[in-house]
Design a protein around this ligand. Structure first.
Ligand code: C2E
Ligand code: CA
Ligand code: CA
Length: 567
């Protein structure tokens, strides 16, 4: 074995296509020492061997003048053949005139007959095989195997090079993303997901067909495209969509596009890509808009997000986060009875003022800071509940929100147990609201997390039921202790018959599962009466009270204590 084969793996195979026996043998003799050698007597025999699938051939040595199928015809067929076109071909010739023609048809080199310089022939074969292998390796490293688009790093590198070499053009950056791709992947399977990605990749190639630019798959379902300035974004999105429509159930997927117009040189390319990405993110789950251009407002919003992220630790230290409580009343008795409260966070920022959770919770859920913030809320809630129990002796629960990210934490159950014990409470005193959409992704993991919590005797409320994707099947699998019906159902209960019927069905379902129903967002008397008639057990909403400070909540407790005394 020579060094060539040691370094580059097992012995390579070379196919000699030559009708003259003497020439065949001569070439074979030169190459046999380093390669496995196969022979064909004309182009057709060569195609048969190549299509047999029996051999991995690293190089073809091709004579031109042969019976049955000559070398020129073979070259043309090879160029169009998926299986063959990447195999390098060296043409064997005694005719100088043919050289140019064969290069044009894709030959990589030629060897002159007679074969009187065996060392040079061997060296040429070896050099070309190595060259082609390196080229393939580079291609693999640079490209995403599913879409054959560039991967992230090479995209950034080549984008800058492209802009440098096309100095008189300006470019736009596009980001394209699939909504809820992970869920689709779980529900319809990986093969479906891959097929969708491939179709999206084809769409991007089509966008780039008649404009200067390059594209990449940057992340699971995130694509970037650097493209000559000024494409009609709507048209681009339609092109991608039309490619995706060809697939099986790809119309089920919704894609979004973000853009940064006129990429400059003051930031690295990745910055512009991320800006296009944020524009794309800003319309996630927004069914009215599917295209967004990065602008001043988005920029300001990002700065604000960065600010909030930077301020979290100080906010916790300085107790800028305030926990509000919104009462929950059991409504099926003679009078509404205060039974519980939901803890809801607010941020009183020293410079920015009052910030509602909608403005920072989703952000912290994305980057994991939610774990810290929720921990703080759980502690505050437990402490508060302890003090109320001591002061009023009332049997009261507090529900806290547990976000999807929290459920991923291994320590979750232990942390919550510690908090409960430190405050001398029972696990059941602190109820855990887990939003329905948490169950839809990573179902197995969520099931496990929720089971662990219930084994520790925590009680789980499924929050926002009906707002997300969880199936009825999931509802049967998931061990829960209460079903919290999403606000949007209350909005329709008074205005439409179907709206009323839907709530009725959900309540029936919950009964079948033997869990009580909680309805949130009840705002007026009419809604309240209907909710009561339908048979819901517990109501939370402005009809009774907005979320209030602990101090104000005490007034509600005092009222309850009075009523129990008098009633
Ligand atoms: P959620 O858990 O679904 O909380 C209910 C939201 O509905 C609260 O908004 C509450 O003020 C509001 N609400 C209650 N009754 C009514 C009503 O009758 N009408 C209307 N229009 N709204 C009503 P809030 O406090 O702004 O919280 C928004 C969301 O932020 C919460 O939705 C929850 O997902 C999240 N959140 C709040 N606090 C925390 C927390 O401590 N941890 C975590 N992880 N999430 C939190
Ligand atoms: Ca909640
Ligand atoms: Ca809710």
């Amino acid at each position: 074995m020579n060094t060539d084969t040691i370094i580059r793996g097992s012995r390579k195979t070379v196919l000699i296509v030559e009708d003259e026996l003497v020439n065949q043998q001569l070439l074979g003799f030169i190459l046999k020492g380093s390669y496995n050698v196969l022979y064909a007597r004309n182009g057709q025999e060569a195609l048969d061997i190549l299509h047999s699938g029996q051999y991995r051939i690293s190089m073809i040595l091709l004579d031109i003048i042969m019976p049955v199928m000559d070398g020129i015809t073979f070259l043309k067929r090879a160029a169009e053949d998926e299986q063959i076109h990447s195999i390098p071909i060296i043409v064997l010739t005694s005719d100088n005139e043919m050289e140019l023609e064969t290069f044009r048809l894709g030959a990589m080199d030629f060897i002159k007959k007679p074969y009187d310089m065996p060392d040079i022939i061997l060296a040429r074969v070896r050099r070309i095989i190595e060259f082609v292998e390196d080229r393939e390796i580079i291609k693999d490293v640079e490209h995403d195997p599913i879409t054959r688009l560039y991967n992230r790093n090479f995209f950034f590198e080549y984008s800058r090079r492209l802009m440098d070499s096309e100095k008189d053009r300006t470019f736009d950056m596009l980001a394209i993303d699939i909504d809820r791709f992970r869920i689709a992947n779980e529900v319809y399977g990986r093969a479906f997901g891959d097929q969708a990605l491939r179709a999206l990749g084809d769409g991007i190639r089509r966008i780039l067909h008649d404009r200067v630019g390059i594209g990449c798959r940057a992340d699971a379902d995130l694509f970037y495209v650097l493209i000559e300035h000024g494409p009609d974004l709507r048209e681009c999105l339609d092109v991608v969509r039309s490619c995706m429509r060809d697939g099986d159930h790809q119309s089920l997927l919704r894609i979004r596009m973000g853009a940064y117009r006129e990429v400059g040189t003051e930031h690295p390319i990745s910055w512009y890509a991320e800006a296009a990405g944020s524009a794309c993110d800003s319309i996630r789950g927004n069914y009215q808009t599917d295209i967004m251009v990065y602008d001043e407002e988005l920029y300001r919003r990002e700065l604000m997000h960065e600010r909030l992220i930077a301020d979290v630790d100080t906010a916790i230290e300085e107790r800028q986060f305030i926990v509000y409580f919104q009462p929950k009343y059991a409504i099926q008795g003679d009078r509404p009875v205060l039974v519980s409260a939901e803890a809801l966070i607010r941020w009183i920022h020293p410079e920015l003022g009052f910030i509602s959770p909608g403005d920072f919770i989703p952000l912290f859920e994305e980057n994991g800071l939610i774990l810290k913030v929720d921990h703080y809320v759980w502690q505050e809630s437990a402490r508060q509940l302890r003090s109320w129990k001591d002061r009023y002796g009332l049997d009261l629960h507090v529900s806290v929100n547990v976000s999807r990210k929290d459920l991923f934490s291994r320590e979750l159950s232990d942390e919550l147990q510690d908090i409960v014990r430190e405050n001398g409470l029972n696990m059941g005193d602190l109820m855990l609201e887990v939003t329905e959409s948490a169950y839809a992704q990573d179902t197995e993991q969520m099931l496990r997390a929720v089971k662990t919590l219930r084994d520790a005797e925590f009680r789980i409320e499924m929050d926002d039921f009906g707002s997300g994707y969880s199936s009825l099947n999931m509802l049967c699998l998931m061990p829960i202790d209460a079903l919290k019906i999403d606000m949007k159902f209350v909005r329709n209960i008074a205005t439409s018959k179907t709206g009323y019927r839907i709530v009725e069905l959900v309540v029936e379902m919950a009964r079948a599962l033997n869990v009580p129903t909680i309805v949130e967002g009840v705002e007026d008397g009419e809604q309240y009466e209907l909710i009561k008639r339908v048979g819901c057990d517990i109501v939370q909403g402005y009809y009774f009270s907005k979320p209030v400070t602990a101090k104000d909540f005490e007034k509600l407790i005092e009222k309850e204590v009075d009523q129990r005394k008098n009633g």
